[in-house]
Write a new protein. Structure first.
Length: 303
């Protein structure tokens, strides 16, 4: 198989500045895909562009949180358990995990899917804003219910079959092997294809970080990718004075926009033997036989 990389732009539809960056990257083929936020203020612009161009690589970014003080949004369903005291989606994953009713969250997921579909988007895959459905803060995971819905939609989803030990986030978490194995077995049994690996990098600015050091850190990862399909994600934005002033770490959003256009990054991809791929490849090649997977799920659950 070799080394294949899905480079996804999260937060499509968040704002005009992110929309402009992501549309440019998709037009130039510098990234694999993007995932759209059906609840965010820039959704209509992003959705109209996607439908007009008949983009086949825009997925759904299931959004249950609204993290920025200056740029907030509400759920589509309006359920009180999905909002904070100010009437917006929760700012943190922990608040969502503690406050959201499961039934309300599932209805919101349906509403976001339907809004994207009715806007004319041929949804390519599904992922989740800030990992709010993964149970990463309190252990309350909504992944089983989400995987069931994604299986009904016949789409692939962001997760990971293997834990990449060198990943600064996933490789550092203790005791995740068993829950990951359960989610993988369930995804396989439901017929939801997933990538082999998920790679993270810090969302915020690191102390002393510059564009050059950020670029070199990403390039170094290209030379150490494991064989298989890896996914990583960026949140690119064009330079914008209001965003720069109001949104924390926005300088890094601009760096993430610049990176795929950088000749050094392009050369490193080629030199490291990394092929840019899409979720279409995941859909066509990484789906596991469901009957055998169902038996495997039983074995995993009985351990």
């Amino acid at each position: 198989m070799g080394k294949k990389l899905i480079l996804n732009c999260d937060d499509f539809g968040q704002s005009p500045a992110l929309n402009q960056a992501i549309m440019a990257l998709l037009e130039e083929g510098k990234v694999s895909s993007a995932t759209i936020m059906a609840v965010a203020p820039g959704f209509e612009e992003a959705a109209a562009w996607t439908a007009r161009r008949k983009q086949t690589n825009v997925g759904l970014h299931l959004t249950m949180t609204s993290e920025f003080e200056a740029l907030r949004w509400r759920s589509l369903t309006g359920d009180p358990s999905l909002h904070d005291d100010n009437g917006y989606q929760y700012r943190t994953v922990k608040e969502f995990e503690q406050g959201a009713q499961t039934r309300a969250a599932m209805m919101e997921i349906d509403a976001q899917y339907e809004r994207a579909r009715k806007a004319g988007i041929v949804i390519s895959h599904v992922d989740n804003h800030m990992g709010s459905l993964y149970g990463i803060e309190t252990g309350r995971s909504l992944l089983p219910q989400t995987l069931w819905k994604v299986s009904r939609w016949k789409l692939p989803m962001r997760f990971f079959r293997h834990i990449y030990k060198e990943d600064p986030l996933l490789g550092s978490l203790q005791g995740i092997e068993r829950p990951v194995a359960r989610v993988v077995a369930l995804a396989d049994a439901l017929g939801v294809p997933i990538p082999d690996y998920l790679l993270s990098h810090p969302f915020g600015m690191e102390e002393g970080e510059t564009y050059e050091s950020f670029k070199q850190s990403i390039i170094a990862k290209l030379y150490h990718l494991p064989d298989g399909v890896c996914e990583t994600y960026i949140h690119p934005g064009v330079p914008d004075p209001w965003m720069q002033e109001q949104i924390p770490n926005y300088t890094k959003r601009v760096w993430e926009y610049q990176l795929p256009f950088d000749d050094d990054f392009t050369y490193a991809m080629r030199d490291a033997g990394v092929e840019l791929t899409t979720y279409r490849y995941v859909q066509e090649h990484l789906k596991r036989p469901r009957l055998r997977s169902a038996l495997r799920l039983v074995q995993v659950l009985l351990r």
